[in-house]
Design a protein around this ligand. Structure first.
Ligand code: BF8
Ligand code: SF4
Length: 650
C-alpha cells in the first residue's frame, strides 16, 4: 500500500499527448499567448506535500496546521491528528464533487418540470423512459398525458433534493444484496442536499474527529451523487433530450471549420448545447452567417457539454479539459459559451488574445473578462439565438487561424439501453449475451476508464495506454467524460479498434459491429455504468452483487473533486477503483490503509493508486481475474502485455 508521498518528478510541463494540440500551442506561444503551459512553467511554488497528502488543515484561524504522520509535535493546535485531517479533507472533496453533480441534477429537474408544464421550448422525447422512471417514483402513468406524468414526476424528483428522511428512490435500482448491505451499514442517502450539508457540518472545527465516521458520511454523500443526483440528471436528460443511440461523429481540433462560424460549448449541462444545436439550423441564423461571409454555423463541444451534445446529437468534440485553451488558440473560434465546472479561468486571457468572445451563461459561474449572458431555459431558443448572433458578429474579426488537419472518427452513444439492445437484439433486449460471453471467457471482464485529463501528466496517453492494455486482454472498456475524448482522439472508439483487442473480445466486437471501447457519455453518465452493473447482476450467472462482477474502474488522469465523489460511490457500490498518480489521503497511513484495504471487508470494493498506466491496467486485470476465480469461471489465460508493434498498428 503506497503510504509514500509521491514527489513531483516533472516540474516542467509534461504537455498534452497530441501532435495537433502541441503544434497549436507552439504557434500560440510564439505569439505570446499564455496558456496552462506557461502557467506551469512559470509557477513560483510547486505543490507542497502536506496539501498533496491531505494533511494540511485550515478549518480554523489557529492554523493552518500542517501535519506529519507519527510526529506527535506536528498535530493540530486543537489536537487534530493527520488521520482526522486527511479524512476531513477527503470528505470535503466528496462534498464539493457531489455538490457539482447535485446542482446539475437540480437544474435538470427544474428544466424538466418547466418543459412538462409547457413553459419552455424543450419537449419530452423519450416517453418509454418517462414511464419507466415514473414507475420507480410511484407516479401513476395509466391514462395520463406525458406532460401530466412529467409534472408529477418532476415535482417528486425535486422534492428529493430537500428531503430529510427516508431513502433516495434511485438507490432501489441497485441489486437487492447491495441495498441490504447499505441499509445494514446505514449509508443509504436520506436526501440529496442534506448529505452535503452534514459533511460541511461534521468537518467544521471541533466536530467529527473520528476518521471512519467522517468517511461513513462521505460514503452516504457520494451515494447521493451516483445513485441520486447524477442518475437523476442522466435519466431526466434522456427523457427530455433523448436517450443516446450509437452514432458516428469526429473528435479533435480538426472539427473546427475554416469557413463556418465556430461556436464552442463548454461546461456540463446539456441545456445550452441543445438549444444552440436547434437554432444553428434555423434559416435566419444560417442566412445571418452567410451575410458575414461564412457558410453557416459549426458547433463543437469541449468537456462534458461536448460529451452530452456528442452522445445525443453527434456534435463533434474539439477537445477535453486540457485542450480547452488550445481550442481557442486555433484563432478560429468566434465564441466559447460556458456554463459550469471544469472551465479554466485562463480561458479569459486566451480569448482576449484572439477575436473570441468568452460568454458565461450560468448565474453560478461568472469569469472576470468574460461577457455574462444569463441563459434561462424558459427562453432557451431566444437566448441561444442571441448567443449565436453574437458569435456571427465576430466572424469578420477573425485573423490568422491554425486549425490542425486532425480529426478522428468515433462511434458514441452507448447508453445502457443501447448496450442492452446491441447485444441482446432488437426484439429481446437483454444482457444475457454479455453475461454469457463473460462466463465463457470471450470477454474477460468489464473495465470502466473514466474521468478528467490533467496538465500534470502526458495528457491523453495515460488513458489510452490503460485502455489498450485492457482491450488487448479482452476486457471490454466503458468510457465517459474526458477519458472518452482521449480515447476518441486515438481511434479507440471506432469498430476498427477491435483489431487491437484480444481474440475473445475481438470476436464479440466483430460479430456485433461495436468498438471494444464504448463511450457512455459525460461524468454524470457514470450513473449509466452503475445501472449496467446492476443489470449484469440481475441477468444472473455472475453473482448476486456488483462486487462479484469481473469488473474494475479507474480514473488515470483524475484532477477534479467530482472524481473523488465518483470514486467513493463506485468503491462503496462494490468496485475496485484505481486512481492515477496521486491520492489525497496519502499523508495519513491510517486513512489510506482503510480506503485501500479495510474498506473492502465492508463494501467489497476498495481504492488503489498507481502512476504507471500499464501497471494500472494490470492491477485491474488481476482484480478481474480474482473475481472470475471466485465465481469459478476462470480459465487459465496469460496476461498479454501490449507491445510496441501493437501500439503502432493504430
Ligand atoms: O465532469 S472528466 S475534467 S469535464 S470532471 Fe471535468 Fe473531469 Fe472532464 Fe466533466 Ni468530469
Ligand atoms: Fe489547526 Fe485544528 Fe484549526 Fe485545523 S481545526 S487549523 S488542525 S487548530
Amino acid at each position: 500500500m503506497p503510504r509514500k508521498i509521491i514527489p513531483f518528478t516533472k516540474p516542467e510541463c509534461p504537455g498534452i499527448f497530441c501532435e495537433a494540440c502541441t503544434s497549436v500551442l507552439e504557434e500560440a506561444a510564439k505569439d505570446g499567448v499564455k496558456t496552462y503551459v506557461q502557467r506551469m512553467e512559470n509557477r513560483a511554488i510547486e505543490p507542497c506535500l502536506f496539501g498533496q497528502g491531505g494533511t494540511c488543515c485550515r478549518n480554523c484561524s489557529m492554523g493552518p496546521c500542517m501535519m506529519i504522520d507519527n510526529v506527535p509535535e506536528s498535530i493540530g493546535i486543537c489536537g487534530a491528528t493527520p488521520a482526522t485531517v486527511a479524512a476531513r479533507n477527503f470528505v470535503r472533496m466528496v462534498a464539493a464533487g457531489a455538490a457539482a453533480h447535485m446542482d446539475h441534477g437540480r437544474e435538470t429537474a427544474f428544466t424538466f418540470l418547466a418543459a412538462a408544464k409547457g413553459e419552455s421550448p424543450y419537449e419530452i422525447k423519450d416517453e418509454k423512459k418517462l414511464h419507466f422512471i415514473a414507475d420507480l417514483y410511484k407516479v401513476k402513468t395509466e391514462g395520463r398525458s406525458k406532460e401530466d406524468i412529467a409534472v408529477e414526476l418532476g415535482q417528486k424528483v425535486l422534492a428529493e433534493f430537500g428531503q430529510q428522511e427516508g431513502a433516495l428512490v434511485m438507490t432501489s435500482r441497485a441489486p437487492a444484496k447491495r441495498q441490504a448491505l447499505w441499509k445494514k451499514l446505514g449509508v443509504i442517502p436520506r436526501g440529496v442536499d442534506r448529505e452535503v450539508v452534514e459533511i460541511m457540518h461534521r468537518t467544521h472545527m471541533g466536530t467529527d474527529q473520528d476518521y471512519k465516521n467522517l468517511i461513513f458520511q462521505g460514503t452516504r454523500c457520494a451515494l447521493a451523487d451516483g445513485w441520486g443526483a447524477s442518475m437523476i440528471a442522466t435519466e431526466l436528460q434522456d427523457v427530455l433530450f433523448g436517450t443516446p443511440v450509437p452514432l458516428r461523429t469526429v473528435v479533435n481540433l480538426g472539427c473546427l471549420s475554416e469557413d463556418h462560424v465556430n461556436i464552442v460549448v463548454h461546461g456540463h449541462e446539456p441545456q445550452v448545447p441543445e438549444a444552440m444545436a436547434i437554432v444553428a439550423q434555423e434559416p435566419e441564423i444560417v442566412a445571418a452567417a452567410k451575410k458575414v461571409g461564412a457558410q453557416g454555423i459549426n458547433l463543437a463541444g469541449v468537456c462534458c457539454s461536448g460529451a452530452e451534445a456528442l452522445m445525443r446529437r453527434g456534435i463533434p468534440i474539439a477537445g477535453g479539459f486540457v485542450q480547452q485553451e488550445v481550442v481557442l488558440a486555433t484563432g478560429a473560434v468566434e465564441a466559447m459559451v460556458v456554463d459550469v465546472q471544469c472551465i479554466m479561468q485562463g480561458l479569459s486571457d486566451v480569448a482576449q488574445s484572439y477575436h473570441t468572445e468568452l460568454i458565461t451563461t450560468s448565474p453560478r459561474a461568472k469569469i472576470p473578462g468574460a461577457t455574462h449572458l444569463e441563459f434561462d431555459h424558459h427562453h432557451a431558443l431566444e437566448n441561444a439565438r442571441e448567443l449565436t448572433l453574437r458569435a456571427i458578429g465576430r466572424f469578420k474579426e477573425r485573423k490568422k487561424t491554425h486549425i490542425p488537419d486532425r480529426k478522428m472518427d468515433v462511434v458514441a452513444g452507448f447508453s445502457h439501453e443501447t448496450i442492452n439492445h446491441m447485444l441482446g437484439g432488437t426484439f429481446r433486449a437483454s444482457y444475457r449475451p454479455l453475461n454469457d460471453n463473460i462466463i465463457n471467457g470471450r470477454i474477460r471482464g468489464v473495465g470502466a476508464v473514466v474521468g478528467c485529463d490533467s496538465c500534470r501528466v502526458e495528457s491523453g496517453k495515460v488513458h489510452t495506454t490503460v485502455v489498450k492494455e485492457l482491450i488487448a486482454n479482452s476486457v471490454l472498456v466503458l468510457v465517459t467524460g474526458c477519458a472518452a475524448t482521449a480515447c476518441g482522439r486515438e481511434g479507440l472508439l471506432r469498430p476498427e479498434a477491435a483489431e487491437l483487442a484480444g481474440p475473445g473480445l475481438r470476436e464479440v466486437c466483430e460479430t456485433v459491429g461495436m468498438p471494444p471501447v464504448l463511450h457512455m457519455g459525460s461524468c454524470v453518465d457514470n450513473s449509466r455504468i452503475l445501472i449496467a452493473a446492476a443489470e449484469i447482476v440481475k441477468e444472473g450467472g455472475l453473482g448476486d452483487d456488483i462486487s462479484q462482477i469481473p469488473g474494475a474502474g479507474c480514473a488515470p488522469e483524475w484532477m477534479s473533486e467530482k472524481a473523488i465523489s465518483i470514486g467513493q460511490y463506485c468503491v462503496t457500490s462494490g468496485f475496485y477503483v484505481v486512481f492515477g498518480r496521486t491520492f489525497p489521503t496519502t499523508g495519513s497511513k491510517e486513512v489510506t490503509d482503510y480506503l485501500f484495504k479495510d474498506i473492502e471487508q465492508e463494501y467489497g470494493g476498495k481504492w488503489a493508486v498507481e502512476e504507471d498506466a500499464t501497471k494500472m491496467a494490470q492491477m485491474m486485470i488481476q482484480a478481474i481475474d480474482k473475481k472470475r476465480e471466485a465465481l469459478g469461471i476462470q480459465q487459465k489465460k496469460e496476461r498479454v502485455l501490449f507491445d510496441m508493434a501493437m501500439r503502432r498498428e493504430l
